[in-house]
Write a protein that binds this ligand. Sequence first.
Ligand code: ADP
Length: 478
Amino acid sequence: MTEKKHSFFYNWGSVTTIVPDIRTQEMAARAKWFINMRWLAILACTIGAFIAMTGIVPADVRPIDFFITIAFLSITNLFYSRIGRNLFGDKSRGRELQRLLLCQMFGDFTALSFLTYSLGCIETPMGALFMAHIILATILFSRWRSLVIAVAGWMYASVPLMLEWAGIIPERSIFEGQFKSMVNASLGVTLGFVLASGGVYLFCWYLVSEISSSLKLRERQLEDAHQMLIKIDKEKTQSTLLATHELKAPFAAIKSYVYTLRDGYCGPLPEKAQNVVTRIGDRCDQISNRITDIIHLSNLRTLVVTEMNLAPVDLIDILCAEAREGALIAEPRKIKIINLVERHPPVYIMGSSDHLKTLFSNLIQNAVNYSPENTGRVVISVENYPGKIEVSVQDNGIGIPKDALDKIFNDHFRSKNAVAHHAGGTGLGLSIVKEVVVLHGASIQVESIVGRGSSFAISFKTIEAAQEKHNYGEHTDN
Ligand code: ADP
């Protein structure tokens, strides 16, 4: 039975990804929700106007009042959605979003105040609609700002009744009952209504703001704990780096003594001793590779990456240099490196030359290490796509078993067939590859057939595409 080809696509995202803070996300979602709800309110007003025109409800409601409200809400809502379109996708404009939400709230208060007056102030439960805005304000704004909004809501809800009482605007009653006239005639009753509704508004504000304050506090504590974990992790990596660095020098000395013995500079050794010393030399090579990998990986993980670290680099140039290096380790095992990009024109990406060298060197070394002696072939090629370039390193080696494909980028992971074929690996090479891929906001696709070979294809954004993304402030790659 022939092994099937299996493939795996990895995109860990870019380190330059700016995760929008939760509050900005929440505000964008609420601002959008508000806009959608307003269309519903406009629909409700249209139904109200229709009912008023047909006169099926025994109330003196003027359709014109609904039309004015519909016109006002439609114009303002179109304006909000136009402004919002530029803000919703942008994670860095929390302030503008706040302003947009405030604008929406006060716009709605104006419309609601007018409608409250048109529908007889105390004769309909319009005041409840102010409450919805106050509750949202406590969630989205600081405590004191939401209090200002709650008081403003109360004012907007009460002003028509007060103005009617003062005789500044004509009294409106949709049920033509005695009740409204009685309320309007007495300052005490009018004030009673105003104060009672104010009390209810403020009580609701207090209740919801208490709950939302404790939720916000939890959110902050979680964020602090998260930052602390990141810090501890960094410190841990840094101390590993330090300890490994300290091992490096004494170990290099041990290695050079062993080589001196092995290569006969201290005179010939008995055959048994020569064998042992040769084996010690091989182990020294393995440990020294491991030390280099650990230092490299820790360096990459503690790196604070900003786009400042990246500069335009010619990918083809780096690839060709690494292909030549790879040929040096491939030649003794009679493995061929076939470089198809030698004559390719330069392709620039925003990158770190040193890290890209490590990345290609690791992929090419793996391809050589896991290919058969004498018949091994490693093909290096690129494929151009609009705005991106894909670099492939392909071999006809042992392949990667399906169940190992999703683990090969984990630290120290080595598949069984890899251990059997090449004992000297560290299991850190692809972890380094992963870090460099993330650093460059690239993605990687691995395809393999056990016993037939593997292909690693990395897709980079070319410089124009990277530049465009940078200019428009979009940093997510998923
Ligand atoms: P190492 O090669 O030192 O074992 P890596 O992190 O470079 O560590 O690779 C992890 C594992 O991925 C390898 O042990 C092997 O199982 C698998 N692998 C990577 N590249 C290849 C390849 N070209 N062919 C087959 N297996 C590979």
